[in-house]
Design a binder for this molecule. Structure first.
Ligand SMILES: Cc1cc2nc3c(=O)[nH]c(=O)nc-3n(C[C@H](O)[C@H](O)[C@H](O)COP(=O)(O)OP(=O)(O)OC[C@H]3O[C@@H](n4cnc5c(N)ncnc54)[C@H](O)[C@@H]3O)c2cc1C
Ligand SMILES: Cc1cc2nc3c(=O)[nH]c(=O)nc-3n(C[C@H](O)[C@H](O)[C@H](O)COP(=O)(O)O)c2cc1C
Length: 782
């Protein structure tokens, strides 16, 4: 077998090593345009998990690599004169040059041919090769040559970054967030060998310009950075080696394989440097390719296995890198945060590290986070324990005069079980049990303001006395038997009206017994849905009046709070999204115009709703479709509602049009809540695939939302909040009838939690940094 590898970076060399081990008879050649020791960059970083992989696949190179590595366990965050350190991270760094020399040596040892100073511009010279590995890096010539086939998407990010080095020793992965007269600069720094550290500097495009970095040469810009960070560099110089400022290209390729050619490493996909995974991905690609080649019956089949088997892992890493890079791009959002909350945000930005996880690893740090959170709450006039503060989920919040005892919320959920809009016994039990279950605040399902405002025949309503009496019964029960507050969500289905019950066909048009629908524009939801009538002024006035009348009934029922539903493609949302609003009058066109009618409705409701009671608005912060509402629009929408008197923005997304492409995942809508809260400076509630109290605490402690709603988890677990309170040992209201149950779970939880934490701590293998520290510990210290 003949294998031609183009590119002698980590991907190409490691692929050569693994393939040669597998097939000693194969003729494997690496073609590298540079000289053997002619390498850019400073250090590379690997996690313990990646090193475990290297150990398994090629012990000799692993041993050499780990002899040369610098280990560290801590991450240190420097911000506004403070430093927070968190241990247990298990990373190590090594010089990129050393890594490549080790891989070259190992490849040679195995009989791989290495050809340096060989720039390949045409793969035709490898016509006799069975396999051609394209490991030619981020600017891959071959990916570009077959651009129509590989279909790369290159997303050039807005921040500027430059890779430099220093002789400054570091004992932790160090993030420095530096205020300057021009704006914020960030340093990502770590040691990779004795007396050498990598320094990646990052800043936004405007700060870059203001700082006069444009047009400076490498040395001049290094001098400028050295001046900015001189207090930390402590007299150590910054070193340069192709340290040009650039924009990070996030690359994803639709295809990785063409005939017998396969893309590996940066050539096929990149991951932002802030999660330190570029070299790891490149080498793990090589592992995946070697695995596929070992198992598949032919090169063709192996390449298919590689592409399909590896993609999910690469995309997961890229997603984590995406989330992380967006955090760094918007660091100014958090610039006025308390430093410990800021540091918590840095630690938890990419979702892998959470509140509970940090509690195990750095309990002192989390205690400080809790204290800072409690201090903010106390600043709002609450008498909370500052010495032994409750977890953020169990800190109270006030909206106007409504006080909520904890931050877990039952998200609005249609039960499709009302008769002629009247909530019945099912609803009483449903809402009643969730209130007793401990949520601080619960939302009703979308309650429709008129018969023809319903989504389905099973939707609840509030347009007549009978419905009002039924809702009053529920509200009274909640108030009499729990500490929960209850918010009425009012809505109008618009073009999604006259559809089937959820379990009979979500959003599908009713076959019998439908009613006429209205919308901002006459566009059906499905091609075979009813075509809604475009609302004229008279219809707008009528519907506005219906919202006001339902608001007055809501007050009569005793609801604590009111939400206007402007999300998910329903009537008011259909005005806001340009995808569903094609009007040419003053209610269509610009965002200000599209917001005009929803704001009119909101203002009329606000005027009818008691001034001491809060109101929220639910929005779809993105349509997940090009040309639709974006996160930036959501900030403008939130600002407009805040000016009209909204107290909380309930940040949801999508469900506007059928062909949306949401990116699901844990807490997938939280970044939008973060953006709205910290850019528009309005209180937010986030929701969406949040399933654990740990996630709730992580979101709140990082300042990404003020309240956290859970929908589906509450369907199966009405006592979600009660159980979380027991776990965290937080006080929570409980009706007297249920007190024995509460006492038991609180008692058992202390033991369960201790067992769980012991198991986690015992089950966790020691990091290489810990092992190394133990091995080098002087005997006297033992
Ligand atoms: C300026 C810069 C500095 C970096 N510094 C660091 C760092 O300090 N630490 C870190 O972890 N990561 C660093 N990275 C990222 C990291 O290098 C990559 O994520 C990782 O090296 C990917 O490995 P790879 O083998 O896919 O690509 P690369 O390491 O880029 O290797 C590709 C190789 O292909 C060769 N090549 C390209 N085209 C041809 C051709 N036509 N013919 C022959 N040879 C060719 C190149 O010369 C190169 O050696 C840096 C990236 C850049 C752009
Ligand atoms: C059965 C069901 C009914 C829903 N009905 C409503 C509703 O009436 N109003 C609303 O704003 N959202 C409604 N939603 C959306 C939820 O409030 C929530 O945003 C969504 O389910 C994502 O949260 P989750 O991942 O915690 O379930 C509903 C969701 C479910 C599962």
């Amino acid at each position: 077998m003949k294998v031609a590898i183009i590119g002698g970076g980590p991907a190409g060399l490691y692929a050569a090593i693994l393939l040669k081990k597998q097939r000693p008879q194969a003729e494997i050649t690496v073609h590298e345009r540079n000289r053997a020791d002619d390498t850019f960059g400073f250090g590379v970083v690997f996690s313990d998990a990646t090193l475990d992989n290297f150990e398994k696949y090629d012990p000799p190179s692993y041993r050499r690599i780990t002899q040369e590595f610098a280990y560290w366990d801590d991450i240190a965050v420097h911000f506004r004169g403070t430093v927070h350190r968190v241990g247990g991270n298990g990373f190590c760094g090594c010089s990129r040059r050393t890594l490549l020399l080790i891989l070259q040596e190992r490849a040679r040892e195995l009989g791989v041919t290495l050809k340096f100073e060989t720039d390949i511009d045409d793969e035709a010279r490898f016509a006799d090769a069975d396999l051609i590995v394209l490991a030619d890096g981020i600017n891959s010539r071959f990916r570009d040559k077959y651009i129509d086939h590989f279909q790369p998407q290159v997303d050039l990010r807005s921040n500027k970054f430059a890779w430099m080095g220093s002789t400054r020793p570091l004992d932790a992965f160090t993030f420095i967030f530096q205020e300057t007269e021009w704006g914020p600069f960030i340093a990502h720094a770590y040691q990779y060998e004795a007396g050498r550290s990598t320094w990646i500097f990052e800043t936004d495009a405007e700060t870059f310009k203001r700082a006069g970095l444009e047009g400076l040469d490498e040395q001049q810009s290094a001098d400028r950075m050295a001046k900015i960070f001189d207090w930390f560099l402590d007299g150590h110089p910054l070193l340069i080696n192709r340290s040009m400022w650039r924009n990070f290209p996030m690359i994803r390729s639709q295809r990785w394989v063409k005939g017998n050619m396969v893309l590996l490493g940066d050539a096929k996909a990149t991951a932002h440097f802030s999660i330190g995974s570029g070299t790891k991905l490149a080498m793990e690609d090589a592992i995946a390719l070697a695995d596929a080649m070992a198992q598949a019956p032919s090169v063709d089949a192996a390449l298919q296995t590689y592409e399909h088997g590896r993609r999910e892992e690469v995309e997961k890493t890229q997603h984590a890198a995406d989330v992380s890079l967006v955090w760094f791009e918007h660091v100014d959002r958090f610039w006025d945060f308390d430093p410990v909350q800021f540091a918590f945000g840095v630690m938890t930005r990419a979702k892998a590290i959470t509140y509970d996880n940090l509690t195990l690893r750095a309990p002192e740090f989390v205690r400080e986070v809790d204290k800072a959170f409690a201090k903010q709450v106390s600043g709002k006039g609450f008498d909370v324990d500052l010495d032994k503060p409750a977890a953020p989920m169990f800190q109270p919040i006030r909206l106007r005069e409504m006080e909520v005892t904890n931050r877990a919320v039952v998200s609005p959920m249609c039960m499709y079980s009302a008769k002629e809009g009247i909530p019945g016994d099912f609803h009483l039990v449903h809402y009643g049990s969730r209130a007793i279950g401990g949520a601080g605040l619960m939302f009703t399902e979308m309650t429709c303001v008129a018969r023809d405002a319903r989504i389905t025949p099973g939707c609840a309503g509030l347009w007549n006395d009978e419905q009002q009496a039924a809702w009053t019964r529920i509200v009274d029960f909640v108030h009499a038997n729990s500490a929960a507050k209850i918010c009425l969500q009012l809505g109008h289905a618009g073009r999604k009206g006259a559809t089937k019950l959820m379990w009979e066909g979500m959003d599908r048009p009713l076959e019998d017994g439908g009613w006429d629908t209205i919308s901002a524009s006459p566009l059906p939801y499905f091609p075979d849905s009813q075509v809604p009538r475009e609302m004229d002024r008279a219809a707008m006035d009528r519907v506005k009046q219906e919202f006001v009348a339902a608001t007055q009934r809501g007050e009569a029922c005793g609801f604590d709070m009111l939400e206007l539903h402007c999300a998910h493609g329903y009537l008011l949302a259909s005005f806001i999204s340009p995808l569903t609003n094609q009007r040419t009058d003053q209610y269509g066109g610009t965002l200000a115009n599209r917001l005009r009618y929803p704001l009119e409705v909101f203002e009329a409701m606000r005027a009818a709703w008691p001034a001491h009671k809060p109101m929220s608005v639910r929005i779809s912060a993105t349509d997940w479709v090009a040309g639709g509402v974006t996160g930036d629009d959501a900030v403008a929408i939130a600002r407009a509602f805040a000016e009209a008197g909204v107290d909380l923005v309930d940040v949801s997304t999508g469900q506007t049009v059928r062909d949306a492409q949401p990116i699901y995942g844990r807490m997938f809508q939280t970044p939008f809540s973060d953006q709205v809260r910290n850019e528009a400076r309005v209180a937010t509630m986030c929701v969406g695939n949040i399933t654990t109290a740990d996630q709730v605490n992580t979101i709140l402690a990082a300042g990404r939302a003020d309240l956290v709603a859970l929908a589906r988890p509450h369907l199966v677990d009405p006592s979600f909040t009660m159980r979380a309170a027991a776990w965290y040992g937080a006080d929570i209201a409980c009706p007297p009838q249920y007190l024995p149950g509460k006492e038991q779970i609180f008692r058992n939880s202390v033991r369960d939690r201790q067992d769980f934490e012991d198991l986690k701590i015992k089950g966790k293998p020691k990091t290489r940094a810990e092992l190394k520290a133990e091995a080098t510990k002087p005997l006297a210290a033992e």
